[in-house]
Design a protein around this ligand. Structure first.
Ligand code: ADP
Ligand code: MG
Length: 720
């Protein structure tokens, strides 16, 4: 771009300072122009997360364009993107079918028409008759001659580049040329020295790899002879290098977090001597349960017990399908903790879920003389003060609540165990807050996280490598498999008929309406309308409505009626998604099932099939006049019909959504893998897992450099 000449600029304002006015103004204007340009680009780079040199170096091209050669028009095939060079033999503005610039190029082997629907005078100027130009674009068989629409062009001449031209993902205000320069600069300045322990570079490699500088240099500026396919499928040794590096960084930082934790202290929870004489709370609770624990529950209970008896903080994920009975396992762990004379806190993501836990735990623990405090955001000031006092004095052995549990005002007397239900619904910041809040005198609490969304093995091994995992892989006996049916919305009447017959048998029914994220209002209308329609269709039946905008007290009232069996049908938005436990409910209808995610559908379905009665789930889908069910929606519904197994569901969900979505990138806060793909890079994952401890033990400096290179400050998040 030509720089503005002094003549076109407004004259400098008269200043009191007697300087050679012209020069001063010029310099000032220049400086301003440069700094603003710089900050705009800098801002754009920031937006892309490209703050450090190494971030720039690791910003790989989306694709490449080949400007290294000129193709003769006779040799070029239709549909091919080529660079040609020739003379402009004609240039005109045509008006049919609409205003456009048409330019004819002759490269002496053939001719070709360039068409521009949007163009500037500068287009015409460069592409004037007689000019020799270099043009790049996709060649198409046109009406009269072959043509290129909106090709890139410049005057011919100048050397052809020796490397493919990288095209980067970018944002507004950051042109490719600027970004390219920035990337190459970052690459040149980055420390890319070897960080992989030498003994693991020479042997044990699943695939040959290049060194990092060569690999990145090559990926940013590949020579034209490269087999583009090996770039695309990431099998090229340059790509293999990045996969290896990235997975190693992930394993290193997680192993580091694990070791840091192993160096921390937590109270070892043995039954206190006082209670040794009588039966422990744990055993009393076990005795009083109306059921026997499943073998799986017993097994995970032992895992937890053995963790709690150590003086290092437990960091365990308890995963078990919906309805597998995680709550009682949590209650038994709480009893162990209270037995030893310490406090336990249980935190759940929603008030409804927290309250469910509260009721259940009270019914189990209060008869044993354990006092429980309830904490939530919506509670009255007086009640809250009482809870806080009970927690501070240690009178409450157990604290149950929502996020309110981790607020500043809450002071525990002696917290030793924190249990988080549906851990994936808490953000990283909240998990960090929990950890730091609960640390006292250098002691950390034991942490038990529970989830009903099992994490497939490869993901667990990579993203959750610093967690110990226990799995309840068996449902309590006597559960009947839930039969799932996919039904078109046009058959609603039959579904209502089915509801009627369930109610006649004394059963209860859930009807779930989707949450439409963009519009809570629409969402509400939908649920309200369904509620009205069902009430009208089922005279004499109490049909309740539950949605996120209702005041908490009202929600509670509705839940109580449903819990107590007074209300036969509960229409709700997804607020019942987790944890609600009404064994008498035997039918679940999910409206617009095509809009739900797979794990979510599975969790919803898990609300039924909890009692002895045969249960069913009806997935209502509707397709508008013009739309048909998308492939992924179909795949989700199909998976729901085919399996009730939470692990299988999780596997398919991962397949459909990919790890980023599956883990919920925002929620998990874990830096997601950008280069490695766990579905194909299992060998690299195994390699990195084996290497990480060796690096930390024998090559601490290399390890540190490696983690810093890849994770920078993001490494902190892994400790949450
Ligand atoms: P989730 O794992 O989804 O949190 P819950 O803890 O809510 O499951 O348990 C589901 C239901 O199963 C509850 O009513 C619970 O009391 C019951 N339950 C738990 N363990 C057993 C068992 N071993 N035998 C029979 N019922 C059980
Ligand atoms: Mg639960």
């Amino acid at each position: 771009m030509p720089s503005p000449t002094p003549d076109t600029r407004p004259p400098p304002a008269k200043t009191a300072i007697n300087l050679p006015a012209n020069t001063a103004a010029k310099t000032a204007a220049k400086t301003v122009a440069i700094t603003t340009a710089k900050t705009a680009a800098q801002k754009a780079l920031d937006k892309l997360g490209l703050r450090r040199d190494i971030d720039l170096a690791l910003h790989l091209p989306l694709r490449y364009e080949d400007e290294t050669r000129i193709t003769r028009l006779v040799d070029a095939r239709d549909g091919e993107t080529v660079q040609i060079e020739g003379q402009v033999t004609n240039s005109e503005i045509a008006f049919r079918p609409r205003r456009q610039l048409r330019v004819t190029i002759d490269d002496s082997t053939d001719t070709c028409t360039l068409r521009f629907l949007n163009f500037y005078p500068s287009h015409q100027k460069t592409l004037s008759v007689g000019a020799r130009v270099r043009v790049r674009g996709e060649l198409r068989g046109g009406f009269i001659s072959r043509e290129m629409v909106h090709p890139a062009f410049k005057l011919a001449g100048g050397q052809l580049p020796g490397a493919l031209t990288p095209i980067y993902s970018t944002v507004a205000g950051l042109p490719q040329a600027y970004l390219r320069k920035a990337v190459l600069g970052g690459l040149a300045r980055s420390d890319l020295s070897e960080t992989i322990a030498p003994e693991y570079l020479s042997k044990n490699l699943p695939q040959p790899i290049w060194n990092l500088r060569e690999a990145l240099q090559f990926l940013h500026t590949p020579t034209p002879d490269v087999a583009l396919a090996t770039f695309q499928d990431h099998s090229h040794p340059a790509w293999q290098r990045l996969k290896a590096e990235e997975l190693l960084a992930q394993q290193l930082s997680q192993l580091e977090a694990r070791r840091v934790r192993a160096g921390m202290r937590a109270p070892a929870l043995y039954p206190s001597p006082l209670q040794n004489t009588q039966c422990s709370l744990h055993d009393q609770l076990l005795e009083r349960l109306p059921f026997r624990l499943t073998a799986a529950q017993q097994r995970v209970g032992l895992d937890i017990d053995s963790d709690l008896q150590k003086n290092v903080p437990m960091h365990r994920l308890l995963q078990g399908d919906v309805g597998s009975g995680k709550t009682v396992v949590a209650a038994l762990a709480a009893a162990r903790c209270i037995d030893a004379g310490w406090q336990c806190a249980l935190m759940a993501p929603t008030e409804i879920l927290a309250e469910q836990h509260f009721r259940k735990l009270i019914s189990w623990l209060e008869p044993l003389g354990i006092q429980t405090a309830w904490l939530t955001g919506s509670q009255k000031a007086k009640e809250r003060r009482e809870s806080l006092a009970m927690i501070a004095s240690g009178q409450a052995g157990l604290v149950v609540g929502t996020h309110a549990v981790i607020q500043d005002k809450v002071v525990f007397k002696n917290l030793a165990l924190a249990i988080i239900d549906e851990q994936h619904r808490f953000g990283v910041a909240q998990r960090l807050a929990l950890r730091s809040k609960m640390t006292s005198d250098g002691d950390e609490p034991h942490l038990l996280m529970m989830t009903a969304t099992p994490i497939p093995r490869t993901l667990a091994m990579s993203y959750y490598a610093d967690l110990d995992v226990s799995t309840i892989d068996e449902l309590p006996p006597g559960r009947t498999a839930i039969v799932t049916k996919v039904v078109n919305d046009s058959r609603r009447d039959e579904v209502i008929e089915r509801i009627r017959s369930q109610i006649a048998e004394g059963r209860q029914v859930y009807w779930v309406c989707p949450l439409i994220e963009e519009s809570e209002v629409l969402d509400l209308t939908n649920a309200t309308q369904t509620h009205e329609a069902l009430s009208a269709a089922l005279p004499g039946v109490l049909v309740g409505l539950l949605h996120s905008r209702m005041p908490v007290a009202e929600k509670k009232a509705v839940m109580t009626l449903f819990n107590d069996g007074v209300m036969a049908v509960l229409v709700s938005t997804t607020v019942i998604e987790v944890g609600v436990d009404v064994p008498n409910a035997s039918l679940m209808v999910i409206e617009h099932a095509e809009r739900f995610g797979l794990s979510q559908l599975h969790q919803l379905r898990g609300r039924v099939g909890r009692g002895a009665a045969a249960s069913a789930c009806v997935l209502l889908y509707s397709t508008g006049d013009a739309t048909r069910l998308g492939d992924t929606a179909k795949a989700r519904l199909k998976a729901m019909v085919e399996t009730n197994d939470g692990f299988e569901i999780a596997r398919r969900d991962l397949e459909i959504r990919g790890p980023g979505e599956f883990l919920g990138a925002r929620q998990s806060g874990a830096p997601l893998l950008r280069f490695a793909d766990l579905t194909v890079d299992a060998e690299w994952l195994a390699w990195a897992r084996a290497l990480a401890p060796v690096m930390l033990d024998k090559h601490a400096a290399l390890a540190e450099r490696h983690v810093l290179r890849w994770l920078g400050t993001k490494g902190e998040y892994l400790k949450a």
